[in-house]
Write a protein that binds this ligand. Structure first.
Ligand code: MRU
Length: 362
């Protein structure tokens, strides 16, 4: 996608895989800055601090982290230790452990001397696959928007939560990919963008949509229910961090409440995600998906930019205020109208049939 008119991706390899370049998302939307990571520990830091974020992008960053670990030391002991740390940098998005597992299953059978070349090749292939997958998600999902437009004959109002755009993947995004593609095809639409406290990923979504000229309105997280009651939302599309085999969905905190409001107001609630977000080992999402609890400090401050253009962090509550900060919640499959995947739109309960070839062998 484009930033200030320039084609840009959220991550790319540099110097034959000896470093990676990311967009530092902690500085957005105030500053667009890239950052070069030359050590696998820098990748782990970038994932933990959310310089890179979003399930698919975390996975691809994890793959490149493995490449940098091989560059440092390709022997089994060192590589296995690094892989363990990388895979556990954040707990909820399953794409991270999926990516590290895929890298390691390619590397471990090889002679250590040949591992670096194989690692670069595999990480590059995964990076390109992510782009193609997100495109396919966009192509599958855009018909939801164009079909609604054909019926309503006025701009289609889509509500989204968090950021599941190109910043959260390598390119295009998951939830935003159908929106970008419908918009490019000329379907009139408008996006309600949830602010998404405490990390305000909605500001990333607003920035992305603004860069591409897609009409949007930023709303406070709690506005969705009211908008749906007023019939101002035709469709909800969100991303996912982990989906169970029966189609329960973990996504950014607040997603579940949007799903409840959508069901109460008969608004279709879609989840857009690649198959790498499906955890075939889990069934009951509420009981089994690990939910990340992040630092209390995230709720006690807001980040912004002063009139001098400098970014600032401002304290909004006393440091001793008691805080709970679960970063994700789980939406039961009964609230999910469909999952937009690279293989088309799938009913949550049909995932195992549509992706039968990906199920782990018993
Ligand atoms: O904590 P984050 O910003 O990494 O969480 C990202 C999300 O929850 C996104 O909404 C989700 O769609 C996954 S990314 C496509």
């Amino acid at each position: 996608m484009k930033v200030y008119g320039e084609p840009t991706r959220s991550i790319r390899s540099l110097d034959n895989g000896t470093a990676v370049e990311i967009v530092d998302q902690t500085l957005l939307p105030y500053r667009f800055e890239k950052r070069v990571l030359g050590d696998w520990r820098d990748c782990v830091e970038a994932i933990r601090t959310m310089r890179v974020r979003g399930a698919p992008l975390i996975g691809i960053t994890g793959a490149w982290a493995v490449v940098l670990a091989v560059k440092e030391n390709p022997e089994n002991d060192a590589l296995l230790k690094a892989a363990e740390v990388i895979a556990n940098a954040r707990p909820t998005a399953v794409n991270l452990s999926w990516a590290v597992r895929r890298m390691m299953s390619t590397l471990l059978p090889r002679d250590p001397a040949l591992r670096f070349e194989a690692a670069v090749k595999t990480a590059e292939a995964m990076t390109q696959e992510d782009v193609m997958t997100c495109r396919a998600i966009g192509e599958a999902g855009m018909t939801l928007i164009s079909d609604l437009y054909a019926r309503l004959r006025r701009p289609v109002n889509v509500l989204t939560h968090c950021n599941a755009g190109w910043l959260a993947t390598v390119d295009y995004g998951t939830a935003l990919s159908p929106i970008y593609m419908a918009f490019e095809q000329g379907t009139p639409l408008h996006v309600w963008v949830d602010e998404t406290r405490p990390r305000n990923q909605g500001l990333l979504t607003a920035w992305e949509l603004g860069q591409h000229g897609v009409p949007y309105t930023l709303v406070a997280d709690n506005a969705g229910g009211q908008l749906m009651q007023q019939c101002d939302v035709d469709l909800v599309i969100v991303g996912a961090d982990r989906i169970t085999r029966r189609g329960d969905v973990a996504n950014k905190i607040g997603t579940y409440l949007k799903a409840l409001a959508a069901v109460d107001n008969e608004v279709p609630f879609y989840v857009a995600a690649p198959s790498s977000t499906i955890d075939w080992t889990l069934n009951d999402g509420k009981r089994e998906i690990p939910i990340e609890n992040r630092a209390a400090s995230e709720l006690l401050v807001v980040n912004g930019v002063g009139s001098d253009g400098e970014t600032r962090t401002v304290q909004i509550a006393a440091p001793e205020v008691a805080v709970a900060n679960p970063a994700f919640d789980v939406t039961h499959n009964r609230f999910v109208t469909g999952i937009i995947t690279e293989r088309g739109i799938v009913k949550p309960t049909d995932l195992t049939a549509v992706f039968a070839d990906l199920l782990p062998k018993a």
